[in-house]
Design a protein around this ligand. Structure first.
Ligand code: GDP
Length: 329
């Protein structure tokens, strides 16, 4: 059986990828940091087939030990400080985990892997690297212009991945994924924050939704679709980088409107308040990806569209919040 190690196993993508690899008969290892990590419980309960191993992207020797123990065929580096707003507040931590963490994992692979023991590597790169976009839509050749400590750290991780591939012949791929969401998305990200608030407002548990800038546009896809592209990248003859996106973009405002309409609320503006607290020192105004290369080479295409995605998330939050309130949705 093939085996895979996933960093960031407790995050949205880690969970979808673990489920997908398990369905393909992989042995799945998930790297967990810290003692008594509370999020490890979710994995232990919902995905008992994942073997959790202790390691930290800030500690090279722990990564070497994890690779020696798990002997993976594939490593998916999804672990990161992944929230842009937090990255402005903890820039050094972000550079260390999101940026240098990639370098440490590649060094560990170089040491533990080798001709007899090849390890394929996937790096979770991000559309945030395009930042103040130089062209639209963005593809694999679009120059980067990151706008946050998260974006700059991801650019470092991306170039380091390409560099290790070219310098040492590692099978290393960078997937430049545009925003991808799901019912498992963290509540701090705007889609989930909105769908959860909409459910609570509908159920009378909350009366307003406080947001930042409503004008930025994002290319939002479904995380369950995107993890399949990660896997497909590691199954090719040659390692390459790919943009993964839907090719459609919507403003935060449109997303908010759609979420409210999904529960039959038309006067949605009455519930919105804007606050500086949720504005960023520098914003990424427009992202929209061109994934023609992935379509052609990987045969990958998104299956869930934006409207279905928001409906799915609202429905999930209605069920969750109704259960909390002890009611039928
Ligand atoms: P990002 O694209 O990785 O930064 O993903 P987010 O979901 O965190 O943010 C998407 C966009 O929504 C950004 O342009 C944010 O500035 C904007 N936004 C507006 N209000 C909010 C808010 O209250 N929370 C978050 N997370 N983003 C917001």
């Amino acid at each position: 059986m093939p085996s895979a190690l996933i960093t960031g196993i407790t995050g949205q993508d880690g969970q979808y990828l673990a489920e997908f690899l398990h369905s393909m008969d992989y042995d799945v290892y998930g790297m967990i940091k810290g003692q008594q990590n509370p999020r490890a419980e979710i994995i232990k309960t919902e995905m008992p087939y994942v073997e959790l191993v202790s390691g930290d992207l800030q500690d090279l020797s722990s990564l070497i030990a994890v690779l020696e123990y798990t002997q993976p065929d594939e490593v998916y580096n999804l672990g990161a400080i992944s929230f842009v707003a937090l990255s402005f507040k903890q820039a050094e931590l972000t550079a260390n985990v999101t940026g240098l963490g990639v370098l440490r994992m590649l060094e560990a692979i170089k040491l533990v892997g080798g001709a007899d023991n090849p390890i394929r590597f996937y790096q979770a790169s991000s559309s945030e690297m395009f930042g103040k976009v130089r062209e639209t839509p963005q593809n694999e050749d679009t120059p980067f212009y990151p706008r946050s400590p998260y974006g700059t750290a991801k650019v470092f991780g991306h170039h380091t991945t390409v560099n290790y591939r070219e310098s040492y012949g590692l099978y290393a791929c960078s997937g430049i994924l545009f925003n991808h969401e799901s019912p498992r998305r963290g509540i701090e990200f705007v889609t989930r924050k909105v769908t959860n608030a909409v459910a609570r407002i509908k159920l009378g548990m909350q009366h307003e939704l406080v947001l930042g800038d409503l004008s930025p546009k994002r290319d939002w896809g479904y995380a369950g679709d995107y993890v399949k592209a990660m896997w497909a990248m590691l199954q090719q003859d040659e390692p390459q980088d790919f943009v993964i996106a839907t090719g459609r973009t919507h403003s935060v405002e449109t997303m908010v409107e759609l979420a409210f309409k999904a529960v039959g609320i038309d006067n949605w503006r009455d519930y919105i308040r804007q606050d500086e607290r949720f504005m960023r020192p520098a914003e990424v105004d427009l992202l929209v990806g061109d994934c023609s290369k992935a379509k052609e080479i990987l045969g990958w295409e998104p299956e869930v569209d934006f409207e279905q995605l928001i409906a799915m998330m609202v429905e999930n939050d209605m069920a969750l919040e109704s259960a909390k309130a002890g009611r039928q949705p």
